[in-house]
Design a protein around this ligand. Structure first.
Ligand code: NAP
Length: 310
């Protein structure tokens, strides 16, 4: 029986592990299918405090893992399919070929940015080749070049507006002729001189140069089916995120989209289960905010376990 198992190895998970290990809770952290989380798909991270020169996303995650392990965290590669609560108040985490038993759980399984599902997306996102889902992270790498944002929600408008600080031009490509975003954010984007909406359109293909970097997109007009090339060097996906919460199977209360609802601090609707990072954050989604929540969750678990011991 473990004291606490942390699910997910992004900034929330590793920060929770560092705090839990230093509190002598001997935490076990399970990696999930994407060890290191979303940051392993970005290149340079320039907004995580403490790294004035910037640090690559994968390097930052390796360092977090080393810091967690230094204090005794055990890291295991496992993907949890189901989480159940037992009659004695403990929890069982079910992986394909193993079950884990624990008194407390910190869920840091994150959210995954949605992509269009077009060929080449995996390679284009991994090596900084021009496809990303985070303007805050990667916008500054696109100075004085044209870029595009896909989507019509608040994220798309926010990202497009943010990108005007760097890019020479920002095309806002949306599949309809009306934005879903709140009026104020939509208006701010549409009023900006650098932003040009491209209505009723979708991306059919990413166009790359001989280095494999994006040089443009093949657009499809969804009304008449015609296609045209648009020259851009960065494509910013903003078509929503999917929280990685399917394994909860209704055990913990979530919102309609599957994000875990935090009740007080990082507590969830189930005593002994805590949530930190993007799995319960539709608002900020930053490495540093996730790390802060991981810290909070760990402190709350430590206090809660102490009360259980009577
Ligand atoms: P969202 O509101 O779900 O919008 C997703 C957008 O992507 C929609 O315009 C949708 O088009 C489009 N889309 C979805 N699938 C697509 C596909 N396969 N191909 C092309 N387009 C596709 O997601 P979000 O903008 O990330 O916002 C999520 C939540 O966070 C919202 O509640 C939002 O208000 C909130 N948020 C708030 C702020 C803020 O207040 N500062 C900032 C960001 C996000 P349709 O419109 O045609 O469905």
């Amino acid at each position: 029986m473990e004291n606490v198992i942390i699910i997910g190895t992004g900034p929330a998970g590793y920060t929770a592990a560092i705090y839990a290990a230093r509190a002598d809770l001997k935490p076990l952290i399970l990696t999930g299918t994407q060890p290191g989380g979303q940051l392993t798909t970005t290149t340079e991270v320039e907004n995580f405090p403490g790294f004035p020169e910037g640090i690559s996303g994968p390097d930052l995650m390796v360092q977090m893992q080393q810091q967690a392990e230094k204090f005794g965290t055990r890291v295991e590669f496992a993907h949890i399919d189901r989480l159940t609560k037992e009659d004695d108040g403990t929890f069982t985490l079910h992986a394909a070929d193993k079950a884990y038993h624990t008194r407390a759980v910190i869920i840091c399984s994150g959210a995954s940015a949605r992509y269009l599902g077009l060929p080449g997306e995996e390679e284009l996102t991994k090596g900084g080749h021009g496809l990303t889902a985070c303007a805050t992270c990667d916008g500054a790498f696109y100075r004085d070049v044209p870029v595009c944002v896909i989507g019509g929600g608040d994220s798309a408008c926010e990202e497009a507006t943010f990108l005007t600080k760097f890019a020479s031009k920002v095309y806002l490509i949306h599949r309809r002729d009306e934005l879903r975003a709140s009026k104020i954010m939509a208006q701010r984007a549409l009023d900006h001189e650098k932003i040009e909406p491209v209505w009723n359109s979708g991306i059919k293909e990413y166009l790359t140069n001989d280095k494999g970097d994006i040089r443009g997109v093949l657009l499809e007009n969804l009304q008449d089916g015609s296609t045209s090339e648009l020259a851009v060097e960065g494509v910013f996906m903003a078509i929503g995120h999917t929280p990685n919460s399917a394994f909860l199977n209704g055990l913990v209360e979530t919102d309609d989209n599957g994000y875990i609802l935090q009740k007080h601090g990082t507590r969830t609707s189930v005593e002994g289960i805590y949530a930190a990072g993007d799995i319960s954050d539709t608002e900020y989604r930053q490495a540093i905010t996730a790390a802060g929540q991981g810290c909070a969750a760990s402190i709350e678990v430590e206090r809660w376990l102490a009360t259980q011991e009577g």
